[in-house]
Design a protein around this ligand. Structure first.
Ligand code: NAD
Length: 472
């Protein structure tokens, strides 16, 4: 392009299709020159990311404070240290991951050798979201780089401080000729989605996932969709109540204040047990956040006015607002909503239809705890399902009969920290998975390679198909 167009571009002209096309062309030629394929390039980038997280921890925590008022300790545990450990694991295991995997051959090809070679897809797109804006950008990026791809990351416009920090930091630390960040909202993402990518990983809502998948279909691009849903927690009466209550709170109010894809969306519990559970939650909330939870600094705020209004509407619906058993306080100016528990809201109310994604926690009562399983199965498949019980038979039934992206018994959220477990949804909660080696595999094509020499020729496979050959 001419000097004039370059100058215009520098003046901050919108990122449109033409720019998106040029970007992908650029990255594709970079990928094709082979640079991203070497073990050395990959490890160098991963080490740079690890260094970046360590050296710029304060800036990252600051951005998360700006975007979400995320308490430092919570941000450290859920964003910084999970990113660090994903990076560390990739660095220490990459060599083994990259090794072709030998497989057995059969008599038909004897003598021969066969192996599965992991090759990078090429140029990949990662579209991420605002709730864990650092982790959910870097975790997939670590996978894409480990697998040797050139990458574009599109962070979320709803976490603007983190997005612009990511742009700045990645420019500074990693190879900008193969790893790029594009900030922006719908128009920019639309321009990106028009291009031909070799793989797309999208994290966000099912509504936008349909747009992403339709755009990908035009180019036959495979997608990984990391979505959400209404994650249930079935709570039996046969539990250690105090521990169960704390862990339920850990999967709601101390987990980005419920704004997490695997946050507890609602609780299902026997009618006779609900009063005890509510009391334990009420006591727990006071212990964690004091008498005025909307003043507490130990809880993230609601991300923005749009989501605040959405949550307020869920609480205020006729038939729902009178079901609040505690909480309900809100401070619109500070975008704060107190932990709020509701008991037996109508099944057809909006709060029981859409993913809550905030501090509201409906409790649904059933006659027997086993009825909870049928109730969960009557809804779209969630990203996570939780069960609290000491009853082994119930645990077994839960694992066998409930379909969910992942499940966790007697705790919440922590399954995401086990790198040996794939993280991803099923049905409405998404497709494909990542984390640990699954991230490497998610961004690698598994190429089947069979190799023979020139001996072992058997002529029966070729014409003419004489009667003698046919008898064999
Ligand atoms: P969202 O889908 O509205 O936005 C996510 C991304 O999509 C952003 O980068 C945004 O720019 C882009 N986008 C928005 N509208 C678009 C359009 N019309 N065309 C193209 N791109 C568009 O989702 P959200 O509100 O940011 O996230 C909430 C959802 O994400 C919840 O459902 C939650 O459960 C899910 N989630 C899933 C995971 C997971 O790992 N599975 C993690 C976090 C959040």
């Amino acid at each position: 392009s001419s000097m004039a167009t370059e100058v215009m571009e520098e003046k901050g002209q919108a990122f449109d299709s033409r720019k998106a096309e040029a970007l992908v062309r650029d990255l594709r030629s970079r990928f094709e020159d082979g640079r991203t394929r070497s073990y050395e390039w990959r490890v160098f980038q991963l080490k740079a990311i690890a260094r970046m997280v360590k050296e710029r921890e304060k800036d990252i925590l600051g951005a998360l404070m700006t975007d979400l008022s995320k308490p430092e300790l919570e941000a450290f545990v859920t964003e910084i240290s999970l990113t660090k450990s994903a990076c560390k694991k990739a660095i220490s295991e990459l060599k083994a991951w990259m090794k072709p995997e030998k497989v057995k051959t059969s008599i038909i090809t004897f003598p021969s050798s066969a192996e599965i070679v992991s090759e990078p897809f090429g140029v990949v797109l990662i579209i991420s979201t605002w709730n864990f804006p650092f982790l959910l950008s870097l975790d997939p990026l670590i996978g894409a780089i480990s697998a040797g791809n050139a990458v574009v990351l599109k962070p979320s416009e709803s976490a603007p401080a983190t997005s612009s920090l990511l742009t700045k930091l990645l420019e500074e630390y990693v190879d900008g000729s193969a790893v790029r960040v594009v900030e922006g909202a719908v128009p920019e993402t639309t321009a990106l989605l028009e291009q031909r990518w070799d793989k797309i990983l999208y994290t966000g809502s099912g509504r936008v996932a349909r747009i992403v998948m339709a755009a990908a279909a035009k180019h036959l691009t495979p997608v990984i969709l990391e979505l959400g849903g209404k994650c249930p927690a079935i709570v039996d009466s046969n539990v250690d109540l105090e521990v169960a209550a704390k862990r339920l709170m850990g999967g709601k109010w101390t987990c980005n204040n419920g704004q997490a894809c695997i946050a507890v969306d609602h609780i299902i519990t026997p009618k006779s047990f609900a009063p005890k559970l509510i009391e334990a939650l009420r006591a727990g909330v006071e212990e964690f956040f004091g008498k005025n939870p909307t003043e507490s600094q130990d809880m993230s705020r609601v991300v923005n006015r749009y989501h605040f209004a959405r949550l307020a509407k869920l609480m205020d619906e006729d038939g729902v607002s009178e079901k609040i058993v505690f909480g309900g306080e809100r401070d619109e100016g500070k975008l704060r909503i107190a932990p709020t528990v509701l008991l037996d809201v109508p099944g057809d109310s909006q709060i029981m239809q859409e993913e809550i994604f905030g501090p509201l926690l409906p409790i649904v009562t059933v006659d027997k705890v086993e009825d909870g399983i049928a109730l969960v199965n009557s809804r779209p498949k969630p990203l996570a399902a939780y069960l609290f019980t000491k009853n082994d038979l119930l645990k077994q039934q839960f694992v066998q009969r409930v379909s969910a992206g992942g499940m966790l018994i007697n705790d919440t959220v922590l399954h995401l920290t086990v790198p040996g477990l794939p993280f991803g949804g099923v049905g409405e909660s998404g497709m494909g998975s990542y984390h640990g080696k699954f991230s490497f595999d998610a961004f690698s094509h598994k190429k089947a390679v069979l190799s023979r020499g020139f001996v072992g020729e058997i002529n029966t496979r070729y014409p003419p198909y004489t009667p003698k050959k046919q008898r064999l």
